[in-house]
Design a protein around this ligand. Structure first.
Ligand SMILES: [Zn+2]
Length: 210
């Protein structure tokens, strides 16, 4: 069974093919319920017959994080089994941390409790708290983006004291201490939190030296 297209311009959500016909390229996602490939954007269809890949090209191309991208986020809320974040942009870590690109407005992301990479914790607020700046890895390339904290470089890189608002200092890989009031809090801390190559100021402007 094949699927024919009446028009080569598609709108977001429009069916562009069936899963058995093509693999999804940029701007196309799999509708898991039906097996259809749908467009993520308003744009034109592009078919690569050699690779049996279908894509949608937009005029104003929105750069989105790809699977395995490393993203910088702020934690917006922490629920029982899920952490919601705002994704600021994609960074590359090596050979030194720098922006790959920043988004004009933050994208939504979520981290499920099975993507934390910590064996024992009582609840997710021991991993991150709202307002923390974190590094995470993208594990799904469609909106809303699923992220993972598995791996030593992922976790909190900037956090403020819940009691007095001072920026806290990591004392090991799961604890931060407030230099002002001495309060100690649990987190999953990125091993880059103490890196001098990656700095964040009090206004939460992320500064990564060139
Ligand atoms: Zn404090």
């Amino acid at each position: 069974m094949s699927f024919s297209l009446k028009n080569d311009v598609v709108v977001p959500g429009e069916i562009v093919a069936q899963q058995e016909e093509f693999v999804e390229g940029e701007g196309v996602y799999v509708d898991q319920e039906t097996g259809f490939l749908r467009s993520a954007f308003l744009g034109k269809i592009a078919i690569d017959l050699n690779n049996k890949m279908i894509s949608v090209n937009t005029h104003k191309k929105l750069k989105l994080p790809k699977k395995n991208s490393i993203v910088l986020c702020s934690v917006s809320s922490v629920k029982e089994n899920i952490i919601f974040v705002d994704i600021f942009g994609v960074i590359v870590l090596y050979p030194r941390p720098k922006w790959e690109h920043e988004f004009s407005s933050p994208l939504s992301g979520a981290i499920l409790s099975n993507q934390i990479g910590v064996d024992k914790y009582n609840d997710l607020t021991e991993i991150v708290k709202p307002g923390d700046i974190i590094l995470a890895k993208v594990i799904s390339s469609t909106n809303p983006f699923n992220l993972s904290l598995k791996g030593p470089q992922f976790g909190v890189i900037y956090s403020m004291c819940s009691k007095c608002g001072e920026v806290m200092t990591p004392i090991n890989n799961d604890q931060l201490k407030c230099p002002k009031c001495g309060n100690v809090e649990k987190r999953k801390i990125s091993n880059l939190a103490t890196s001098k190559l990656l700095k964040i100021d009090m206004k939460k402007t992320i500064m990564i030296p060139p």
